[in-house]
Design a binder for this molecule. Sequence first.
Ligand code: BES
Ligand code: MN
Ligand code: ZN
Length: 513
Amino acid sequence: MKKIIEVEVKSKKADPVAVETDLLVVGHFSDSKGLDKLCRELDGRLGGAISRVVEPGDFKGKEGSSAIVYGEGKVGAKRILLVGLGEKKKATVDTVRKAAALAANKAVEMKAGRVSLALHNALGGKFDAVTMGQVMGEGVYFGSFRYDEYVTAEENGRLGSLKVEVVEADSKKLRKLEKGVSAGSIIGRAQSYARTIANRPGNAISPPVLAEEAKSVAKETPGLACTVFDEKQMKQNGMGGVLAVGSGSKAAPRFIVIKYAPKAKRASRSAVVGLVGKAITFDSGGISIKPATNMEQMKLDKSGGVAVLATMKAIAELRLPLSVYGIIPSAENMPSGASFRPGDIVTTYSGKTVEIQNTDAEGRMILCDGIHYAVRQKCDIIIDIATLTGSCKVALGRYMAGLMSNDDGLLKQLQKAAKLSGEKVWALPCSDEYAEEMKSKVADLKNTGSKWGGACTAAAFLRQFAGEKKWAHIDMAGVDVFEKPNESASAGASGYGVRLLTSYLMNLASRKS
Ligand code: BES
Ligand code: MN
Ligand code: ZN
């Protein structure tokens, strides 16, 4: 299999005007009066080449737009990429992340293997330098990502590696940028890893293969330990939800647990977090089979679990002072003579019984066992993430995930992390009215509600397995994939959740210390 593009992001003390590079990246606001200091200096060296693009309005600095100017031996860079940052007052850290992603995307497109980023320059002191470094690092990974492991045809020699440096002449600023860049690289690399695994098809990633993948991540990352329950151990523990969903497939289900314990002692005082991710390696719907159209997209039904796996890798590499469980129930949902059926009554790990009305509502059946596992491990905070319902996609579209919680504080913290990470959420309800719809006449619960509010009834089902613990649910069904490429991302798995969860945990860790 072909290796995905190797990316490296560093920082370097250098004058952006002089730095030798294939591509120098600078930002420009749409409402700025004239060019900023760096652009003016470059423009001067280039005999007005930048002004000639900006003045007639060929490049207006709109978000998502860009223009190229050639260095012609007059500056260190072969090319200069002007990236639009939109209106200055509207700029957020995500504006910078997206600009870096756009630049990295362009660099791969034009096979520029050496890129120098001076994007932070245009922002002055609007955001702190550590954050700037972090988001530029994340953005580079995000924008340069291509999933082409299985493409054997030599695509005209696509870039094998991309080397990026954030350039800054001021040493004091550089040190801060450097700190951010190294965190951003960890998070960016973890997200690209998530996108790679999520994109792999159902014939490559089965629950046992995913479990092996989790074990190897844990083995190569200090601070992580991985335990995998096979079918026999799941039976002994009574994990009936995962077992029911996995029963129809030749590939056996697995219950994957990754534990991160930091070295620092102070972690013992802080809350223990449980992240629970849905990892259905392929969702055919089972006996309640899905229509054929777009069914191939259901290889992405493991995205929540993969986001949890990649987040565990990131937080261990960041050495956050927090104890975290990554809990990944995994199964393949297939129709066969051994499948679970509509009408079946399943005893879940918690002891609660569930009447199956639709085998395609399988995500909640594996998550309820995962959430209960987190309760038993005495996690204080439980966050589950899943491609759970088509209704969430209908409600919110492709730009943000649904967020439900039983705790306002946790909800607010996740909203804050969403703002910082650029992985957006929108709060939806999961109150008692919705839970009422999930009551069964023949069991404690049933696995579907009425025709309406499917994202909310699904969340209300899950809420009941969290007991008194602080719990939140992220329904990422609408944001798991880019159907088409855009200016800052290629098509395929989005890696959604890695930045959001990591950002949440970074904030939680810094509050405790
Ligand atoms: N994995 C799907 C949800 C999904 C749909 C994710 C579209 C991404 C894109 C989930 O397992 C499912 O099939 N949910 C059903 C639930 C229904 C049967 C109550 C749905 O949303 O239709
Ligand atoms: Mn389903
Ligand atoms: Zn599913």
